[in-house]
Ligand binder design. Structure first.
Ligand code: PLP
Length: 415
């Protein structure tokens, strides 16, 4: 008998499992469109020039490996608040913003959940768009929040369902939490317009709903960080709302594995901010004691030095431009190959992901899976293209060398 008799077997995370499957494929044609990590024009991971420079400068300064404070590197947190809120709003709010360095965006969401739970008698309802990033339900579900999905996307029209969004907010339970993708909605690549955001903010304020922004793609989406931070600044500045922001530097600085993130909380008063700040410190202490230093030091160098910040802005343009051009190339190839169906939704979307709208059967066939149903097709051609089950593709996995193959394979599968 074991005390773990009750342990259940949990299937591997779908996207990480897909990467493993891709790695096992020996075909030189294989294409990984699963995991959302940027790749350069040759399909390789890209260390941003600004990051390289910041790293060199850190080594020149002589690194040590001391602990950071419990809430992390202060300069990094201050620079993050200034970056995300903009100089004017962050100066205006001053210490009304509580900040805590986190284990990337996931850690920031987790901290936000811990704080929300610790500050309420019972955990409030968390509204999550459907579809969404697969980890939202796990993070908030594992903390005991009742999670409710609401319709974000209309699969028939391949477009956002803004009316459904509004009606969810109109009847939402007061004091609940709503997860908002600050920009580059994952997986659909479709964001509310400025007009939509205004209406969302009004509806949320009217029902006293708490906006929790998941900000994993600031600057990475459009290449312009201020543009990508529009919704955050609207809610906190113009609408004067209390809001949480879960910032990740995984994508926009390419610091995926270094786990660089920050939780920002815009509070209603300085006193509340002093209290929430102290609670974040207590919660962080019991979770991770203190956050990792290296990545935060890199980010802090970049955000704190004009020359490096300028380089970083150029790097974000490099990444978002390449993604945009690959999105257009895929669209052009699909159209010129006469792939059955409409593809305009692809170029209406933005950000790292494209939501193709293919059936699971086609997705599996593109993966070259030899299930019984697929066997009959194998005599034709076996494909080596890996994408999520819901046909979300990471556009960054496309390049000049494989985009035509991907389009042709999709077209052939649909014929
Ligand atoms: N939120 C969204 C929407 C994401 O797509 C991701 C990563 O893919 C994250 C948060 C968090 O990533 P990380 O914890 O690596 O910062």
């Amino acid at each position: 008998e074991s005390r773990f008799d009750q342990a259940r077997f949990i299937p591997a995370d779908a996207i990480f499992a897909l990467t493993a499957q891709y790695q096992e494929d020996l075909s030189p044609q294989k294409v990984n469109l699963g995991q959302g990590t940027y790749r350069d024009a040759d399909g390789r991971p890209w260390v941003l020039p600004s990051v390289k420079k910041a790293r060199e400068s850190l080594f020149e300064q002589g690194l040590n490996h001391e602990y950071l404070p419990i809430v992390g590197l202060l300069k990094f947190q201050q620079a993050t608040a200034r970056l995300v809120l903009g100089a004017e709003l962050s100066a205006e709010l001053g210490i009304k913003v509580a900040t805590c360095q986190s284990l990337s965006g996931t850690g920031a969401l987790h901290l936000a959940g811990l704080l929300l739970r610790a500050c309420q008698k019972s955990p409030p309802k968390v509204y999550i768009p459907e579809p969404t990033w697969s980890n939202h339900h796990q993070v908030f579900g594992s903390l005991g929040f009742p999670c409710e999905s609401f319709k974000y996307y209309d699969h028939e029209r391949n477009d956002m369902d803004i009316e459904s969004y509004y009606s969810t907010l109109e009847r939402a339970e007061p004091n609940s939490v709503v997860i908002l993708h600050a920009c580059a909605h994952n997986p659909t690549g479709l964001d509310p317009s400025e007009e939509h955001w205004r209406q969302i903010a009004h509806l949320m304020k009217a029902r006293n709903l708490f906006p929790l922004f998941d900000a994993a793609y600031l600057g990475f989406n459009s290449g312009n960080l201020d543009e990508d931070a529009f919704a955050i600044r609207l809610f906190i500045g113009e609408m004067n709302m209390e809001a949480g922001i879960c910032v990740s530097f995984a994508k926009n600085m390419g610091l995926y594995g270094e786990r660089v993130g920050c939780f920002l909380l815009a509070n209603k008063s300085k006193q509340i901010a002093v209290n929430t700040q102290s609670m974040l410190e207590m919660l962080q202490r019991s979770e991770v004691s203190n956050p990792p230093a290296f990545g935060a030091r890199i980010a802090s160098q970049i955000l704190g030095r004009d020359d490096l910040k300028k380089m970083w802005y150029a790097d974000m343009i490099t990444m978002s431009d390449r993604i945009r051009s690959m999105r257009n190339a895929l669209y052009d190839h699909l159209v010129s190959l006469g792939a059955p169906g409409a593809w305009e939704h692809l170029i209406r979307q933005s950000g790292m992901f494209g939501f193709l709208g293919l059936s699971l059967e086609i997705v599996l066939r593109l993966r070259g899976l030899s299930s019984i149903i697929i066997l009959t097709w194998r005599v034709k051609e076996k494909y080596h293209i890996y994408m999520a089950d819901n046909s979300r593709i990471s556009i960054a996995g496309l390049n000049e060398g494989n985009v035509e193959y991907v389009a042709r394979s999709i077209a052939q599968c649909l014929q």
